[in-house]
Design a protein around this ligand. Structure first.
Ligand code: ADE
Length: 245
């Protein structure tokens, strides 16, 4: 079972996301255990203060090291895992990708640290955190939404979380290409037709069509992804065709 500890001052923010649909089922099936921790509970002062003014002055507050160090130490001691990943969500982190999700899905213990409004004392980054993650080049009010994005994308990759019908093997990005278009009935809707090949029943032709349209979509929308790929001869031929069109 994967253990996921979440350090936050706003544990309520997680109840909707972890308490519905696939993330909820994963914990009911005991594939994953979520543990929300308000790190204010670890503050060693009677006011429960977790932040302080920055040395050197300036606007904003900085999260103190003590509550977060003590919370992480306590969670490590309570778990049997040897080396949990301690993940800090922040815009300065490494940009999050499907590849990172695949790596995290192999771990047995993840600890997420979410700050709100403010910065973190640098010693948290230097001595406690193993991974800093940003979910994109924009600034959120806190790490909570980012942690939810990471947790969602990781948990669905753990074996047996998704049923066969929801499988992730054809996801955009796991194949390193964007997904091909999908269609369902009717074959013609208000004059708009489903491509003939998909109605043919010929699975070799259908697989070929899907691979080609996957490549076309990637070429048109995310050509940057193609640079990282080793293309087959067939795919190279298709690309030349798209370039001419
Ligand atoms: N906290 C604030 N903005 C963030 C971002 N883009 N990614 C991760 N954590 C954040």
């Amino acid at each position: 079972m994967m253990k996921i500890d979440i350090l936050t001052l706003f544990p309520q923010m997680f109840s909707g996301v972890l308490g519905e649909s696939i993330l909820k089922k994963a914990s009911e099936k005991q594939i994953v255990k979520y543990n929300l921790v308000n790190f204010r509970d670890y503050a060693d002062n009677k006011h429960g203060t977790v932040d302080d003014y920055p040395y050197g002055g300036g606007a904003g507050m900085v999260l103190k090291p003590q509550p977060i160090f003590d919370a992480v130490t306590d969670l490590k001691e309570k778990s049997h895992s040897t080396n949990p990943k301690v993940i800090l969500l922040c815009p300065q982190g490494e940009r999050y990708t499907q590849r990172k999700a695949e790596q995290l899905a192999c771990e047995d213990h993840l600890i997420f640290i979410c700050g709100h409004y403010e910065g973190y004392d640098e010693r948290i980054r230097q001595y406690l955190v193993t991974d800093e993650i940003s979910i994109g080049d924009y600034v959120l009010t806190g790490g909570e939404l980012a942690a939810m994005v990471v947790i969602d994308s990781v948990v669905r990759l753990i074996p047996k979380v998704l049923g066969n019908n929801e499988s992730h093997v054809n996801d955009s990005f796991s194949t390193r290409l964007l997904e091909h278009p999908h269609y369902t009935r009717p074959a013609e809707f208000r004059g708009m037709k489903v491509p003939e090949t998909l109605l043919s029943g010929n699975h070799r032709l259908i697989d070929d069509w899907r691979e080609k349209e996957s490549l076309r979509r990637t070429f048109l929308r995310r050509p940057d992804l193609l640079k990282e790929l080793e293309l087959t001869d067939k795919q190279k031929k298709w690309l030349q065709e798209f370039e001419k069109q």
